[in-house]
Design a protein around this ligand. Sequence first.
Ligand code: URP
Ligand code: ZN
Ligand code: ZN
Length: 460
Amino acid sequence: MSILIKNGRIITATDDYVADIYIEGETIKVIGQHLSFAADQVIDASGLLVMPGGIDPHVHLDMPFMGTYSSDNYETGTRAALFGGTTTVIDFILQTQGKSLQSALAEWKGRSDNNAVGDYSFHMAVTDFNEDTKKEIQHFIEEEGITSFKTFMAYKGALMIDDRQMIGLMNEVKKHGGLINVHATNGDMIDFLIAKHRNEGKLEPLYHYLSQPEVTEAEASGRFADMANYTGCPGYIVHLTCEGALNAVRNATKRNQHVFVETCIQYLILDASLYENNFEGAKWVMSPPLREKKDQATLWAGINQGLVNVVATDHCPFKWEQKLMGKDDFSRIPNGHPAIENRMELLFSEGVNKGRISLNKYVEVSSTNAAKIFGMFPKKGTIAVGSDADILLLDPNETHTLSVNTHHMNVDYSGYEGWEVKGKVKTVLLRGKLAIDNNECKLSKGYGQFVRRNKVNGKI
Ligand code: URP
Ligand code: ZN
Ligand code: ZN
């Protein structure tokens, strides 16, 4: 199978030029002007932007969490991702405390094998670091191709590890060429505030927000940066939301340390006023919660300052009946919101089309940096000869409206109902195959492959 993409404006993290792309099998074979290969299929990309397929390194598919499961599985989640221009996702395996990492991997493979439409990889979340877990780290990095290890400084009693475990894990991960991702909020402070609000009978979604003030994130982000600096282990803070936390990372740069930072699309464009509408606010109950307008400004600036490296989603959808589990108590509302399908278009519309970021920056934070940080570059994350033909064709001027009625995520509301978006995904290729065209998915479940990742060194 061969495809020739003609006359597109090719954008990578560094380049911007008009050329043709010839694809044979799964990879890009030739890039040049006026190519005349006889291809099985020719796509006219005149007027379109031709960019690397999006990489979302923070999603939760079919994940057991807070007494239920996130509502998108590997099939529905990766298909929705493709509709939105994201060709590869990285999901989180959760270790059960008291059990091995290997048993968690087996459980996740059981849900993902032969079910994904788009490509995927795994981070391994270590929730119980001990002498047995320690022995498994090298195997995960060298044999499984899973080189990033997620830690939680919150969700006390379920997922949280203490600083002693964190330091031990960092030493082991650094030794073998991996990286630590962290949910950096202070679990003890949050626990205290949740209990306080519940005791006072303050049970609405607003109190989810008020139980996780900025200081809980700023403190943990600084502590994590200090531990990463002390151990020399590459670190990546997931879903960073606020000025205080970003300033902790900024401070770390003064000692020539770079902690990678991910924010998520919702923290750039939504704010905490959404929690004021009584239980409706449950749609946006996530951890950390939405913040203030001043934090949005800090995050957009952080992208341009090179402090925020990745814009992900933390896609963790729950249907409304699942959100209702917490109708009488905010602490029982499953945390998370759906965005896997909306990220690329929202970031384009709010970022590029509103003049906040350049086209090159858009590609960098939506695809290239994630590929580099997590050991998939240049197979993924760019348009170059030899790279996987994961390609997004986007019309920068077409406008449309986001809605539950048109999205493909398995959730019965949209966090962005009625948003006017300028910039539309037109065609998506995954490893040389037409994935999305004319608002239709052309791939079946099982096409999506697990992506083995390389060792990393904390540099991009
Ligand atoms: O609210 C969130 N973020 N849910 C998913 C779990 C996590 O903390 O990433
Ligand atoms: Zn988290
Ligand atoms: Zn998450």
